[in-house]
Unconditional design. Structure first.
Length: 276
């Protein structure tokens, strides 16, 4: 059984992502580990009141009370969409979010992370240093990021970008496993730039290797890689976009505000960031 870590701050974005996490767990036959973290303030005892221990205890208690109150709401959501059979466990951890996520990955043998981002504008923040962005570049398990306005729809089409490298092939096979479990088609895009070094024979070899699989290969000549990918998402009815995290700067450019506008009418789609 796959283990899926779901970090949550109980915001609307996180609650929306929870539905995606449940559905994803259903697809990959997984269980959810719900993680809520909080950071106690750093203090200097010489400037802190004598009762600082009481203050700290009260802060911890407040976090625990919120955790205790919010978890049943998530279970209610699972029951409402008939996914209450998905196994769930819970962790409340004090400290830095990223540190605790890494710790949980190691201790729980996590296979995937599902996290929410705050809507279309959140795409820029996602890759520029917010919680999800930090996680994306700092962990070595796939991260499914879900915009707050992306309602779950059955996954019928998964987009996958490639440069026809061996590491791309490995990732594509992983995406294909997910696609088969939901009877989806994988639409594989290669953006051929002027300085591309991929030979026609390599492309043919890939097509022959995956013959009979639910994969459609597309080659689009363009030097504007980011724009081409976004157009591909819009016009090919992509439900989830799977990408290898080539470079952080690539993602920053891909989801900067001017390009994000193209996603707004689509209400945003989840992105599965896979690691090289």
């Amino acid at each position: 059984m796959k283990k899926i870590l779901f970090p949550t701050d109980f915001s609307d974005a996180a609650t929306n992502a929870f539905v995606h996490a449940l559905e994803f767990a259903k697809i990959v036959n997984g269980e959810l580990i719900l993680l809520h973290t909080f950071e106690l303030p750093v203090y200097d005892p010489q400037f802190f009141p004598e009762n600082y221990n009481v203050v700290f205890d009260s802060l911890q208690l407040t976090e625990f009370d919120m955790f205790k109150d919010e978890i049943p709401k998530l279970h209610a959501i699972a029951e409402e969409i008939n996914l209450n059979h998905i196994k769930m466990s819970h962790r409340l951890m004090d400290g830095n979010l990223l540190f605790n996520i890494k710790k949980a990955i190691k201790e729980e043998n996590i296979d995937f992370i599902v996290m929410g981002t705050s809507g279309a504008a959140g795409w820029q923040a996602f890759f520029l240093g917010t919680n999800t962005g930090n996680v994306l570049t700092a962990v070595d398990v796939p991260v499914l990021s879900v915009p707050s306005d992306a309602k779950f729809n059955k996954i019928s089409t998964i987009g996958f970008t490639t440069r026809y490298r061996e590491k791309d092939k490995k990732a594509l096979k992983s995406v294909l496993k997910i696609a088969k479990k939901t009877n989806a088609i994988v639409k594989c895009l290669y953006v051929k730039t002027n300085d591309s070094d991929v030979s026609p024979s390599t492309i043919k070899q890939w097509e022959e290797e995956f013959v009979g699989e639910p994969i459609q290969f597309s080659l689009i000549p363009s030097d504007d890689v980011q724009d081409t990918i976004l157009d591909f998402v819009l016009f090919k009815d992509i439900d989830v976009l799977a990408m290898l995290t080539y470079k952080r700067n690539f993602f920053v450019e891909l989801f900067k505000p001017s390009l994000t506008q193209k996603f707004s009418n689509r209400l945003g789609i989840p992105v599965l960031a896979m690691h090289e």
